[in-house]
Design a protein around this ligand. Sequence first.
Ligand SMILES: NC(=O)C1=CN([C@@H]2O[C@H](COP(=O)(O)OP(=O)(O)OC[C@H]3O[C@@H](n4cnc5c(N)ncnc54)[C@H](OP(=O)(O)O)[C@@H]3O)[C@@H](O)[C@H]2O)[C@@H](O)CC1
Ligand SMILES: [K+]
Length: 472
Amino acid sequence: MPIQYLTADAVRVAEHATGDLLANGTLMRRASAGVARAVIGELNRTGGCYGRAVGLVIGAGNNGGDALYAGAILARRGVRCSAVLLVPDRAHAGGLAALRAAGGRVVDVLPVSLDMVVDGVLGIGGTGPLRPAAAEVFAQVTAPIVAVDLPSGIDADTGVVNDPSVRAAITVTFGAYRNLHLLAAPRCGRIDLVDIGLPPTDTPDGLFSLTDADVAGLWPVPGPADDKYTQGVVGIVAGSARYPGAAILASGAAVSATSGMTRYVGSAADQVVSHYPEVVAANGLADAGKVQAWAVGPGMGTGDEALEILRTVLATDLPVLVDADGLTVLAQNLDLVRGRSAPTLLTPHAGEFARLAGTGVGDDRLSAVRALAAELGATVLLKGRITLVATPTGRVYGNDAGSSWAATAGAGDVLTGIAGSLLAAGLEPALAGACAARVHALAAARAAAGAPIGASALLAAVRPVIRDLRNA
Ligand SMILES: NC(=O)C1=CN([C@@H]2O[C@H](COP(=O)(O)OP(=O)(O)OC[C@H]3O[C@@H](n4cnc5c(N)ncnc54)[C@H](OP(=O)(O)O)[C@@H]3O)[C@@H](O)[C@H]2O)[C@@H](O)CC1
Ligand SMILES: [K+]
């Protein structure tokens, strides 16, 4: 099942649906127990709890309440807890009383030597960067930080990392992940999801990520009745005789990602076939033969010929993926895609996105990609460390690559080949994009294993990654 990420409003709705559990403080007690568990786990891993020193940074709302109750649990374990109250008259009264009763103390300045710090400044009620008082406290912190709900200063809904904001080693969240846990994953560290008894939320047009098991289950493999045609034939239009690399990488990726057949159309036909003899190549669309999806664009040029090819494939009722040069051409001819009813997947990086949208992506990548998908009536995959794939109705799949090894020339061509072959196999564009992004990211990390790679190495790791996912 895909993992769902909620907006702050959706979290509040779910909290309110628990009725008494919210009103009588049960939710907060469960939340704070989860925070304490994370801190205790770390302290035990590094020598035990008794006599260790933990700082609590407390804001004006319930996020601070969670941290104060967690501090009370820690203090009862023999942890020396010191709390800085950023807004003393608005600190959570019950939490503060509990901390004091357990032996925790309130201080003006955190002790210099601390084993851990709990960030209870802002949760889903926060907006904007840390205010100066909080920023001053965190500027002195060198110990690992456990963030309550989210690292303060990061926007819960958009994941925008304001400056200044907290960088957490561990983030403990409650009942459901929030958007930022995916969108700003690198700032959250390890994320612990604590069950506090929230009801499930169903927002089809929300933010999701696929699990590895989802990807494995969706990946097309030949069944007993399949032949080379029935699994979906993908047609790759890419590269040129002068610049054959994109053609070779995209075609090779399509060959690696699914069984069945890959066709290639373009002037690099000879080079593609010399690398991948199994590819059926033609020089022009007219001779291409039948396909179930087209993947068009990498290295194809941006001239009249490219426009004509794009016009022809987008006029079919087949699924079409457009990437790279294809997107540059498309940006001048958006009507080619606006009127399409067949599945369409556009895979821009930030620069190509700006050409399509007429304006830069900006900090709020989630809203930007949703808006472009809605405007064009096409699925849009925005590349990046966190790849976002938005449908026209606003459902978004995000994939955190976990590393940036895929930021290498030609890697996009490999993604095109993988996603194109999944489209041909019948996956809807958003799932084709999301599954391709996951395998692409895993292949980059596997190929790199700590050292730089080129796109050929990434491509070579695609099959082993698919095999591992399917065998897991
Ligand atoms: N409801 C429940 O029982 C449960 C809630 N839970 C927990 O509560 C958290 C949500 O609590 P919350 O709604 O009280 O808001 P919270 O995030 O603590 O912010 C507090 C105040 O800070 C202020 N502020 C805003 N921006 C600011 C900034 N940049 N710098 C400084 N201050 C800023 C702003 O007030 P302002 O100063 O603007 O008037 C705002 O009202 C949630 O994330 C989870 O941890 C869980 O325990 C589960 C049960
Ligand atoms: K926090």
